[in-house]
Each structure stands twice: as C-alpha cells, then as structure tokens.
Ligand binder design. Structure first.
Ligand SMILES: Nc1ncnc2c1ncn2[C@@H]1O[C@H](COP(=O)(O)OP(=O)(O)OP(=O)(O)O)[C@@H](O)[C@H]1O
Length: 294
C-alpha cells in the first residue's frame, strides 16, 4: 500500500492538517508514528485506514483493513457480544464464524463477565477491549491502531502486543500511534515523526529493559508547547504525581503504575497541548545510566 503526496484539510479554507505525505506500507511491516499533540497523527491514521479521504493525493493498494479509533463510540444499542458478532458479519464473515471469532476474542481479552452487558454500561477499559476485539477478529491485512493500548489492563496490552506481532509475522501490516515511545520497540520496522502534518523519518525506538513489566512507579516526561518557558500542567493530576523540573519547559512526573494510564490521559487531554517525551519505569537502571552519560 502507498500514500502518494497525500494532503488533508477539513474545510475548504482551513489549515492543512496533513501535507505532502509519501508513505509506503509494505507487507510484514510495523510502522510507528509519533509526534506532539495536534500534529495530525490521528488524521493521518484515518487516511491510512480509509475512513477519511485525502483532499489531494492518492492512496493505492489498501488491503482489507481494520481500525481501532482513539475514542470508541460506546453509545451503540448492542451488548458487547452482540456488537462483535454483528461486526464480524460486517467484515464479511458468516453467522457461525462471526460467533466463533467473537467468542475467541471475548475469551482472550477476558471480556466474558461483560459479554452480555450493553456497550453504554461498560467501563472505559472494557469498552477499549471491545474496540480492540472488533478489529482483531477480522484478521485484517492492515491494522490501524490509534492509541489502542490506552485504558487496557496489563494482560490485555500483552494480548494486543502479541496479536500485532502475529499480524506482521503472517504478512500483514500494522500502523500505530501510542503515547509510549517504546511500544513494540523490538518489532518496529519503520518509525516516522509527524510534524505539522508532514512525515519526517524517526528513529526506530530502543526496546525497554524487562523492568518495564514490573509494576513499579512510572516516570512520565512532559514538555510544554513549542516556545513555552514552562509546562502548563493542570493543578490536579490523577495519582498526585511527584513533579520535578527536568530542563527548560520539561517536567518529570513520577506516579504509581496503577495511576499511570489515567495520568497519561489527563496529560494528553491538556490544553494548550503538551508533549509526552517518554514513559518509563522509575527504576530503569540501564536507562538512567544512559541519561547520566549524556
Ligand atoms: N474532524 C475534524 N474537523 C476539523 N478539524 C479537525 C478534525 N479532526 C482533527 N482536526 C484538527 O486537525 C488537527 C490535527 O488533529 P489530529 O487529531 O489529527 O492530531 P493528533 O496528532 O492525532 O493529536 P492528538 O495527539 O492530540 O490526538 C488539530 O488541529 C485538530 O483540531
């Protein structure tokens, strides 16, 4: 699949949100997009997924695609199970196969206790599991993930990581954005930074040390808007993190692992937009040593 000089603006006279994007997404690729808030990452993912059409430019060769949006609309009149089965049929599966795959993903993501619950009554994390399940059950050739890990518990994150690696190993392609720069680091085949709608080659991230799997405190480094002297953080943040200045307009927040997702959501929703520079375990000695050496 290829994006050729793709550009997007939402209104005829509005600003260009995506511009001059040339992007190859070959089979067996895992493509990571990163960049600050409001730079056009979600818009570009929707263009890749075919949910939005380019204002100019072309997308050619898009295979069978599934997408996990940043915000899944939970106000649909279905139970989790009913929704997944229906989605299976939308993806072209028969009744029986739809039910089989829905059951498989309900089990893998530990959704069983909520399978018969109406979507609008599910918690955010459980809703996110349904969003992930609807995409994975299609066995898509192209999987597009917009912050799909946010809100998932650790087991579900591991299931999603494994499913992404499986897709790639089976010849599919996955394009994703995640606030954790080290997400799937050892498997990423191409990384790009989205800067004001343009793509710049990014560095393929370094894998984190295994310590990241241990539920210790987490350090989130947040930078303020471009040109700002300080980071305009909200006064109250989930988990009441320890705040330390870490350079000009950079703040280091240390929070219990259990609160780290809520903290990240609050930081990502802040206005003016803030930039999450890194997320790592507080006691990552290898990373600390590298930082000390800089
Ligand atoms: N449907 C829309 N209509 C009009 N403007 C939009 C629409 N969706 C996004 N935008 C604007 O396009 C710009 C880029 O937004 P987008 O969500 O693509 O960026 P992003 O990098 O994903 O941001 P974030 O990390 O905050 O999710 C923003 O200025 C946003 O307000």
């Amino acid at each position: 699949m290829h994006l050729h000089q793709v550009a997007k603006r939402y209104h005829r006279t509005g600003p260009w949100v995506v511009r001059e994007v040339d992007l190859d997404i070959p089979p067996s690729s895992l493509v990571q997009l990163h960049g600050g808030n409001g730079r056009g990452k979600s818009t570009l993912l929707r263009l890749v997924a075919g949910l939005s059409t380019p204002t100019t430019g072309r997308v050619v060769g898009r295979p069978r695609t599934a997408y996990v949006p940043e915000r899944f609309p939970p106000a649909l009149p279905f139970t989790a199970e009913g929704y997944l089965r229906r989605l299976g049929r939308v993806h072209g599966l028969g009744h029986r196969e739809s039910a089989r795959r829905a059951d498989r993903w309900v089990e893998r993501l530990n959704l069983g206790a909520h399978a018969r619950t109406p979507l609008h009554r599910l918690s955010k994390g459980t809703t996110q599991k349904v969003a992930v399940a609807q995409a994975l059950m299609a066995d898509p050739d192209l999987l597009v993930l917009d912050e799909a890990w946010t809100g998932l518990d650790q087991d579900a994150r591991a299931v999603l990581d494994a499913a992404v690696r499986d897709r790639v190993a089976e010849g599919g392609s996955v394009v994703f954005v995640d606030h954790d720069p080290a997400r799937l680091a050892s498997s990423v085949t191409a990384a790009y930074e989205v800067v004001d709608g343009r793509l710049r080659p990014g560095t393929v991230p370094e894998p984190l040390e295994p310590a990241v799997l241990e539920p210790g405190p987490v350090v989130v480094e947040v930078a303020g808007p471009a040109g700002a002297d300080e980071v305009p953080l909200p006064a109250a943040l989930p988990g009441a993190p320890l705040r330390e200045a870490a350079g000009r307009a950079v703040v280091r927040l240390t929070v219990a692992a259990a609160d780290s997702d809520a903290l990240l959501r609050a930081v990502l929703a802040a206005r003016p937009p803030l930039h999450v520079r890194s997320v790592r375990p507080a006691d990552d000695p290898a990373r600390s040593a590298r930082e000390d050496a800089r």
